[in-house]
Ligand binder design. Sequence first.
Ligand code: NAP
Ligand code: ZN
Ligand code: ZN
Length: 351
Amino acid sequence: METTTVKAYGTEAATKPLHEMKIERRAATAHDVEIEILYCGICHSDLHQVKNDFGAAIYPIVPGHEIVGRVTAIGNHVTKFKVGDLAGVGCIVDTCRTCNNCKEGFEQFCEEGMTFSFNSIDKTYGGHTFGGYSESIVTDEKYVLSIPQTLDLASAAPLLCAGITVYSPLHHWKVGPGTQVGILGIGGLGHVAIKIAKAMGAFVTVFTTSQSKVDDAKRLGADDAVLSSDPEQMKKYAGKLNFILDTVSAKHDVNIYLNQLTVDGTMVLVGLPPEPLSVSAFNVVKGRRSFSGSNIGGIAETQEMVDFCAKHNITADIELIKIQDINNAYNRLEKGDVHYRFVIDMASLKD
Ligand code: NAP
Ligand code: ZN
Ligand code: ZN
């Protein structure tokens, strides 16, 4: 197979900082789109995987799954893209395409397991996948998204993971006018969730551990903000929320939030604390409450989300960094010091 050597940033071990390295990208085959990566968001999942929080890391790791850029080459069977188009790649770069979930558009639940854009065994081409902290990526057009020109490209990058991860459950559980929504954690996912839930017409309250984010929540579009460490402020919402989206990345007590749900209310986890969480039976039995989870979204749904965000002019609030500052960004992300998504300007990889 014909390949090209490209620059990337990654690491060989959980204990080692990210640094420049070289990886191979295949030449575009018949259904492939080659994208010059212009911007790549930094999701907390990148950090979890680099640190091997889930015990699933395949080193060397080149993270990055909020990828946007310009199409530089296409295979001869490609129909959706042409050279020069803006395009994006999120978490999924391949699935079996034949199982019931794939056929229904739920590629995120592919029965054969999906191939992630990084840190996955590449069943078709061998080796393992490398993500977006790199000069370019080559992906089957089926898993490539169109990015409208009206969106600021750097701020749109986080839609490819943060955007779909929060849009999918908000949409699935029919959040809309009249829904009282709680968002836990104002990081990359949480701040985009505020904007999307507001655009869907909900009343949105955020629950944060950071006083500075309480102060900033209304600017982000929230109707109300609660400092979760203050029991007095927490009392106001006891039994009041129809839907809670939990984006918290570390272990925390979900029981106090289950108690904020109405009868038949639903709390959905999208955050991935590496340790198990405990749930008191009483907190779901009382009020027939549901405790659920959600995993990114399918490809068609991701395009639907991008188009929804373009219609409502929704992008992430970003801090644009050079790739050489990546380890500092990771340290800050680990401490919750993020306002509200780091995005790498990939032009810096040429420095
Ligand atoms: P992030 O930007 O780091 O935001 C996480 C937020 O959680 C922090 O900003 C902080 O918000 C809060 N937090 C962190 N530690 C906490 C603690 N110990 N107790 C309470 N709150 C805490 O991360 P992200 O990129 O939004 O990702 C969030 C989580 O979702 C990660 O675990 C990530 O792996 C996961 N994820 C899941 C999917 C999926 O498909 N299910 C997709 C993408 C990401 P405050 O300062 O406001 O408290
Ligand atoms: Zn992600
Ligand atoms: Zn499948």
